[in-house]
Design a protein around this ligand. Sequence first.
Ligand code: PEP
Ligand code: MG
Length: 580
Amino acid sequence: MQKLQGIAVSPGVAIGEALVMDSEGFKIPRRFVTRDAVDEEVERLDRAIAAASGEIAHNREAVSQELGKKYGAIFEAHLQMLQDSRLHSELEEMIRQRHYSPEYAVSRTLRRYAQVFQRLESSYLAERVHDIFDIEKRLLRHLLGGRAERISHLTSPVLVLAHNLTPSETANLDRQFVRGFVTEIGGPSSHTAIVAEALEIPAVVGIGDFLIDVSGGDQVIIDGDKGLVILQPDEETLARYQHEVEEIRTLAVRLESLRDLRAETSDGVSLQLLGNIEFPYEVDHCIDRGADGVGLYRTEFLYLGSETEPNEEVHFEAYCRVVRAMKDKPVTIRTFDLGADKVPHLPEPEDERNPFLGLRSIRLALRNLPLFRTQLRAVLRASALGNLRIMFPLVSTLMELRQAKMVLADVMEDLDEHGIEFDRSLKIGMMVEVPAAVMMIDRFVEEVDFLSIGTNDLIQYTLAVDRSNKDVVGLYNACDPAVLKLIRMAIEAADKKSVPINLCGQMSGNPIYTMLLLGLGLRRFSMTPGVLPEIKNICRHVTIEQCRAITERVMTMENARDIKSCLKEELKKRLPESAQ
Ligand code: PEP
Ligand code: MG
C-alpha cells in the first residue's frame, strides 16, 4: 500500500482499477492474451523491438555526424538497453507464462526498472529514468501503432491516472466509465479541476511524480475530499473507504431534502444560490440541487469539446437546452473565455510566454470578431426563449467593456434588420476578476446591469500566483487579506448603486467561506451544483449578524493562515460536519 498526498479538487471517494495514461496519452490497460496467441504476440514484441532499435540506430548515426560521437553515444546506451537479453527474456516470460499483452509487459517491466534507478542515491543514475521512459514510449508507439487506444473508447469503469489532463481532455472523458482521476501536475483552481467537479467525479491533482509506481489494473482509492490517493490499499483501508462511500451516499440523500427549501439565512434574509455549468447537461444537476438559476455558463467548453469550431446553430442549441430547462429562472451566459489553459483549435498566438497574461478571454474575442459575433447571435436568438443574460469575462478596462457592448449592439441591429427575435432588455454584465476592474469598480457599475466576481482569477492576478501550478499552491489563497479587501470593495460599490453582484469563483462553493461572504454582504452565490445543498444548509443555520461579527474580526487579521483557521473554527462550532 502506498499513500500519496495531492490537492483535493473534486469531492467524493472512488475505488477502482487504475488506467494509466503516460505523457503521450497512451492508455496501458492490464490485458491478457490467449494461450494460442502467445507465439504471435512474442513475434509482435520482437518486431517492435527491431523497429525501435532501427530508429535508435538511425538517430545515433544522424547525431554522431552532426554533433560528434560523444552525443551519438547517448543513443548507443539506449540501443544496448533495448537489446539486452535479460530484458528480452523477462518480457517474453511475461507473455508466455503470465499471458500479459506485450504492451502491458513492456510498461510493467520498464516501470519496475525505472523505479530501481530512481531509488539509487546517485543523481546521475536517477536521471537515467528518463532514458528508460524514452525506451518504453518508443516500444509502446511501435506496439500500439495506429491502434493507440484512446481514453474515449472505454468499456469498463476506471480511475484515470495521468501526468496531466488538459481541460479539453478532461471534458472529453467518458462519463459512463471514468469514475475519478489523478494528475501529477495541476493546481486547485485549474480548469481541469473545475471540469472534474462538473463531471461530479472525485479528483486529485498536483500529486507529483507517481506514475512510475503504478501499472494499469492496480487497485486505487481516490479520496477527493482529503486529496489522498492510495495505491494497492490493504484490506482494512479498503473496508474503511467502502464504508465512507456509503456514508457519502447517506449524506447526499439527507441534503436532498433541502432541494425545495428556500435559500435564506436563519434570520430570513433571502439569497440566490445559482449553479455554474460547463456543459448543457449540467442544467439537470442544477435542477436536481434546487438551484435558483445558472449563474455562470462557461461556454468556452463548446469549443474545447469538439474538433471543429462550433457554428451558430451549435451555440444556439446548447443555450436553448439550458434556458428552456431552467424555465423562468435566470441563465447567465458568459461569452467564451478561451486562451491561457483553455486552448481550442485556433491558430496558436506566437510568442505567448505568459498565456494567463496574454491573448485570452474578452481580448481574444475582440480580436476575433467573426468568432465573437457568431456566439453573440446565438445568445441573442436564445434570449427570446427565456430569462437569459449575457456576461463578458476578464474585463480589465472600461474601453474593453464598451467595445464588447458595441459589438453586441451591432449584432442586435443585424438581427433586427433580418426580423429575428431577441430580448431587447437583455441584461448585460461583466466578470470582476482582474484587480484593475475592482479599482475602477465605481465606473464599471455605471455601465453594467450586473456583476459577477471571479475569484479564481482575481486571486491569481492579485497575488501573482498561477492558479494551475502545483508548485505555488501554498501561495494561492482565497482568504488572503488583499483578496478579501478587493471582494469587499466590489460588493460595496455594487450595493451603493443597487447593481446585483454575484460571486462565481470556486470560493462560492467552499463551506469555509460562506459565513465570511455573507458577512461581506454577498447575497448571490454561484457554484458547482454538487455543493449547492451543503452551502444552502450552512446559510440556513446562520444569521447575518453572526456572519458580520465573524467578518469584522477576520478583516482585522493580517495573514491568510490566521483568517482560514478562524473561519474553520467558526464553521466547526456551528456545523461540524461541513468543517471537515
Ligand atoms: C473565475 O475566474 O473565478 C471564474 C469563475 O472563471 P474561470 O474559473 O472560468 O476562469
Ligand atoms: Mg475567470
